[in-house]
Design a protein around this ligand. Sequence first.
Ligand SMILES: NC(=O)c1ccc[n+]([C@@H]2O[C@H](COP(=O)([O-])OP(=O)(O)OC[C@H]3O[C@@H](n4cnc5c(N)ncnc54)[C@H](O)[C@@H]3O)[C@@H](O)[C@H]2O)c1
Ligand SMILES: [Zn+2]
Ligand SMILES: [Zn+2]
Length: 345
Amino acid sequence: MKAFVYKGPGKKALEDRPVPDVKAPTDATVKIIKTTICGTDLHILEGDVPTCTPGRILGHEGVGIVEKTGPGVTAFHQGDHVLISCISACGKCEYCRRGMYSHCTTGGWILGNTIDGTQAEYVRIPHADTSLYPIPPGADEEALVMLSDILPTGFECGVLNGRVEPGATVAIVGAGPIGLAALLTAQFYSPAEIIMIDLDDNRLEVARRFGATQTVNSKDGKAAEKVKALTAGRGADTAIEAVGLPATFLLCEDLVAPGGIIANVGVHGTKVDLHLERLWSENIAITTRLVDTVTTPMLLKTVQSKKIDPKLLITHRFKLDKILDAYETFGHAASTGALKVIIEA
Ligand SMILES: NC(=O)c1ccc[n+]([C@@H]2O[C@H](COP(=O)([O-])OP(=O)(O)OC[C@H]3O[C@@H](n4cnc5c(N)ncnc54)[C@H](O)[C@@H]3O)[C@@H](O)[C@H]2O)c1
Ligand SMILES: [Zn+2]
Ligand SMILES: [Zn+2]
């Protein structure tokens, strides 16, 4: 089968690989229909994710059809259409029982990281019963690819951890797919203002269409002052960091209102300063989270009922044998306007 393989920092290739088989009784293999590329895959290619070693098939998102199940799999059968979660979960360990699937002792974020992933014709899914979701008949499978990772990430790490409330002011730093997913799902709670901050005017324009009430281009380094000006000097009740850089976390420290929450979503590769000398008296909270995908069934219902339309995030489509072009397009979002690229296997 064809598979997209990480070959070490800065190196990648489309290779021929054997079709995976089930290994454990609780495994299933899935024939991929559609997958996509995540910002985290770009981090891996840059060598920022040491757990992912050269030779790994990347990808942790997708929809497909169950090909084969181990004897321990009871919830899925050959031919079932399934959504693949970016987080694999046994459902039984202490963390899983607490709903913290991201820290499953035999799972978590392993797909396309420590085991081969979804950017291939087939993938092996461990703990299939609790890591796959059935796709309802008639559902738009392309839209559901957005449910493998980005919608639960924006919602759980940004909106839920940031405790977005009716009438609140939310600032989202980073209008990439994750920031936009937070923007879409923050609106479940009717905040009064959602201020979107990015360097890319094209993405800020998209954010307006997705429901941002204000947009701020932070190129001039004055985003915090602008947010304060838009909020009568208070700042944001919820500041969602959806970039993963020291500068954008510091911006959240600067624009959070007294009593507010900084909800970090970004994957950080370098040290970030925490200015407690300014923040100690501001009654703020800071949260961090690796997505648990515990809200996936709920989000699936909101997509089915058209409360949110994640298909709006899809800008480009490629066949699997053109995945190197897909990476080019996705990796140069500022010039290509790419948000999510769909790859058809
Ligand atoms: N916590 C989790 O479980 C989890 C899961 C998935 C992804 N992530 C992380 O979430 C982050 C966002 O993901 P994405 O796919 O949307 O990434 P992305 O790179 O597509 O988007 C980031 C956005 O930030 C903007 N940006 C960059 N520097 C900026 C600055 N100085 N000021 C303002 N905006 C700036 C970029 O223009 C871009 O639009 C990444 O760090 C990703 O690795 C976290
Ligand atoms: Zn991802
Ligand atoms: Zn577990």
